[in-house]
Write a protein that binds this ligand. Sequence first.
Ligand code: ATR
Length: 505
Amino acid sequence: MLFQSLTASTLSANALLARENLLWIDGVELRADFLSAVPTDALARFPQLLQPGKNDRGVPVILTIRRRRDGGNFEGDEGKRLRLLRDAVGAGNFSFVDLEEDLSASGSDEEVRRAAYKSGTRVIRSFHSFDGTGGDLGERLVRLSALPGEIPRISVVPHSTRELLQLVRASLRARGQRIVVGMGDYGFPSRILSPVLGNTLSFCSQNSAERVEAGVDPRTMQELYRYSTLNQSTAIYAVIGNPIMHSRSPAYHNPRFAAAGMNAVYVPIRVDSVSSFFDLAGELDIPGVSVTIPHKESVIPFLKEIDESVTAVGACNTIVRDEEGYRGTNTDVDGFLTPLANRASKRWAGGLAGRAATVIGAGGASRAVIYALIREGVNVCVLNRTESRARAVTEELSPYARNASLTWGKLGQPEGNCLLSGHSDIIVQTTSVGMFPDTDSDPIPEYRFHGHELVYDIVYNPPVTRFLSRAADCGCEVIQGGEMFEGQALLQSHLFQNAYRLRSS
Ligand code: ATR
């Protein structure tokens, strides 16, 4: 079940927020600690505002008044809070009431519990920590389940991938009803994967006032992550990086999984330790992973097998599991090549082989491009601002230049320009020059395009860089970076689908 957390300052604003999302949610959590005023009668009637005309409990509502020390906004005295809870629950409209762990130990919630029992309201017994996971979560869950009929709830802010792993383990090993959710970036996957981890419910929010946000709104939860369809057999795929929340990959892969009829979900996982991630991957039985900055190199020692693209480029952007274990590949290579080879086959009888290309840049991104070109028999000249880096990259990749030449030069120098004009069938731009927000810059402002060059910029934000628009203005055929992104992601999607079939067979 998916519950929307409501943190607006008035009951009517909360009701409006909930009504806008009724299509995507199963219930709401009213965070009464965010209300600017709390009249008990109005509070008690809140669930009726959600579906006027329906019976009292049309939409299940959790009543929560969270104290400051637990990350909430309630600052009044404890006696007042408990009276509010007792009276609101006593009216019988709430389906659940959230009571913290320490209240049962002290017995101070006895009257609230009695009111809940009489009105058929279930108690959610909760533990909160904003400072990591706060010890052994498995034991904590057992302690929270001590009172019969109560649903244990753990809400913590994991500060590392290892802490996310602890959260996942506690949830997977628990029995019975439970709510185990992580907040913040590290906790994000646990919210989406809640049904896969055997949880009773999860939370989402919109315009949240919470200290650490849920980070996902109800519509995205259902339309992108297909929350309601997830279950304990769902295959979990991931994109890993640090930071990761900006990644476009979930928006790319989830709809394709849906179209392919796969019971699978693709989530962003923030990873600060690759070794912790592989422990998590084992725990979650992950069949496929997209890898992004800064882990493209550091994942390699953890893989059972890597293909030549990974060895040559020194970076792995895709991991899939087969019978042997995790295998690494680099779909940037073929993702880059596909749109280029399509154009080349229309222009030149022999396609790419034997053509001459300039690659601008000698950083990490250039390596996949250079390797792809020389593998196809293209003679390549690498130009870079720092000449020593251009030399180093060509020396490292020269063993793969079996049917091609590989030279280098300094960007912007006369001899560099000379090399450029001798290698101008294809010009590929791989530096960050021209990328948002540096959109006015051009890596080779002095170069005058003739119109015959096939020009490719791997930068995809903006879609058309200054370099590319200058080339197009001179009559050149151009390829945008978005095509490379699409190309590598499509190849990944095919690999992920194969791994899914293997998992299901
Ligand atoms: P990436 O992995 O994205 O390629 P990188 O390894 O840091 O990132 O490489 C950045 C590339 O952009 C390098 O080729 C860099 O040139 P230097 O090796 O001389 O640093 C190039 N680059 C970045 N800013 C540049 C600029 N203002 N002018 C020219 N080249 C630039």
